[in-house]
Structure formats: structure tokens, C-alpha cells
Design a protein around this ligand. Structure first.
Ligand code: SIN
Ligand code: MN
Length: 287
């Protein structure tokens, strides 16, 4: 799936694109069916909420589970980002965020590139996220919130928040958020939230400032995020474990468009366990 000139222009202006119902219910079902078993595993790659056993983030399912391995090579997710970055991509991070009913905690205001730069020494912002909803997303179950055009500011000063939630994040302070929202239109469009049915897809710039509130509703809000990086822009440090920030910089080769509903062969190298090396970390800079 490729982007039209209008979509490329819209992305450049706003910093995100939204595709409601891009994946069919039967495609989504192949993914949702695999989530409970993945979430039930007592493994480091399942990060739980601070005050409950609910999974906040599951990492690296594309290396563990066949349906997610196929999603990680899906042309509807990969090709638009290749168009935007003009280069082949590798998978920097893969996560299935839970945001479970009654339990899902906030994601503070941040830019993803802030974390990728500060923790992983990713050289430039030539990397971005593409997400699909595995549940319907509405105003009540903690939808993503974006500040349109905030990607134009480049990298914004951030502080390392190690306490608010169970997952450390480089976050942006409230005064700056107020300014960015005011500049983007204040109450008239200064914050937007794409909502829609399961199977909808969002792609957004790695400098777009975003957040989400907690989920007090009775509806789960499970979403999958692929963080894709231009191969030449690979990370230069392994400060975080490999299941969080990947170290295989080989370009992704897409499967055919019907891959979720067809039995294509895919590699699932961590199917029988995560290698010990994936837990090792280092502060050294690599070439
Ligand atoms: C993220 O910013 O990485 C996740 C936000 C969310 O899932 O709400
Ligand atoms: Mn983020």
C-alpha cells in the first residue's frame, strides 16, 4: 500500500495519518486470538501495570508469535513508511499495548524519538510508528492524543520519568505542552484523538508529541505498534535489552497483502524462548 501525494502532504503538515478500518475483522481476529496466551506468560517482555497484573506492554511478539511475525512484514504497515522515509526499514521496536479495561494506566506526554535518541543513540528522527487497533477505540478507553504539527519542533527537551508508570519514558513538561497545544489551535484542534473500529491504522512521526489517559471504561484498548527505522539510521547503543530495542538491522521484506489470512512461512526465532544475549545491555557506542 503506497501513499498518494495528498497523503504525503497531509502527513508533512499534521505529523500523522489515520486509516479507519484498514484491516478486516477476520484479519484482526488472527491477531487478537493470539494475545491472551502471549499476555499470560511470566516473561520480562510482558511489562505489567504498576498497581495490577494487567499487561501494559508486550514486546517483540513478531519474534515469538506467528500471526505477529506476519504483521511485522505486512505491506499495509511497511510500504507507507518506506514511502515516507525513502529507504528500506528494520524493526526497532514491536509492542502490543494492553490499556486494559479499568486498569490501563496513562502514557505521559512524550515524543518517541526522545527515548530512541536518549536511550538508544538513534542518530536522526528517520524512524516512526505505525499502529493498528485490535479493539474498537473510543473517547472512553484511553485513545492516543496527538498535538498536530508538534513534529515540526524537532527534538524537544525531555526528562526521564522513572516513577509515574511502570515503564520509563522521556517526557515533556506541562508548560511546553500548553504552548504546543495553543500553537496548534488550542480548543480548536490543538489536541486530536483518532478513534474508530478495530482494524484501523495510524501512522505518526517520531517527533509528534502524544499521550493517552487511563482506561476507566469496561472496554480493553489493545493496540499494536511497529516502530520502524531507516536501515542507515540504526541505533548506536544497546543500553536497553534487545526485546525492547532490536539489534537486527536487516531490511524487512514484505509478505503478500493477504498474509494474515494465508499460511505463509515466517521466522519466529524466539518461539521457544528469548536468548540470554537479548537481556544483555551495554553503554558502549557501536559503529
Ligand atoms: C506509546 O506512546 O508508545 C503508547 C501510547 C499508548 O499506547 O497509548
Ligand atoms: Mn509513544
Amino acid at each position: 500500500m503506497h501513499l498518494s501525494p495528498e497523503q504525503l502532504a497531509q502527513f508533512d503538515k499534521a505529523g500523522y495519518l489515520f486509516f479507519p478500518s484498514l484491516f478486516s475483522p477476520s484479519e484482526v481476529k488472527t491477531l487478537t486470538d493470539a494475545v491472551p496466551e502471549l499476555y499470560s506468560r511470566k516473561e520480562a517482555y510482558n511489562v505489567r501495570e504498576k498497581d495490577s497484573e494487567s499487561v501494559r506492554t508486550n514486546f517483540a511478539a513478531h519474534l515469538i508469535s506467528r500471526p505477529f511475525a506476519k504483521l511485522g512484514k505486512h505491506p499495509r504497515m511497511i510500504q507507507p513508511i518506506e514511502d515516507l522515509l525513502g529507504e528500506q526499514l528494520y524493526m526497532h521496536q514491536f509492542k502490543i499495548n494492553g490499556k486494559m479495561a479499568f486498569d490501563g494506566d496513562v502514557w505521559q506526554w512524550h515524543q518517541d524519538y526522545g527515548t530512541w535518541l536518549n536511550d538508544d543513540l538513534m542518530p536522526t528522527a528517520r524512524a516512526m510508528n505505525v499502529a493498528i487497533f485490535l479493539d474498537d477505540v473510543n473517547a472512553f478507553n484511553g485513545p492516543l492524543m496527538f498535538i498536530p504539527e508538534s513534529h515540526k519542533r524537532g527534538v524537544i527537551a525531555a526528562k526521564h520519568d522513572l516513577t509515574t508508570t511502570s515503564y520509563p519514558l522521556w517526557t515533556v513538561d506541562n508548560d511546553l505542552i500548553s504552548q504546543l497545544v495553543a500553537r496548534a489551535g488550542g480548543k480548536n484542534g490543538g489536541i486530536i484523538s483518532p478513534t474508530g473500529p478495530a482494524g484501523s491504522m495510524i501512522l505518526f512521526h517520531s517527533c509528534l508529541v502524544h499521550a493517552s489517559t487511563s482506561n476507566l471504561s469496561p472496554w480493553n484498548r489493545v493496540s499494536v505498534y511497529l516502530s520502524l527505522c531507516a536501515v542507515s539510521n540504526h541505533i548506536r547503543r544497546h543500553k536497553r535489552p534487545e526485546y525492547i530495542a532490536h539489534r537486527n538491522f536487516e531490511p524487512i521484506v514484505c509478505l503478500p497483502d493477504d498474509c494474515l489470512l494465508t499460511d505463509y512461512p515466517v521466522d519466529v526465532p524466539w518461539e521457544h524462548g528469548v536468548p540470554a544475549s537479548a537481556l544483555e545491555t551495554s553503554l558502549e557506542t557501536i559503529a
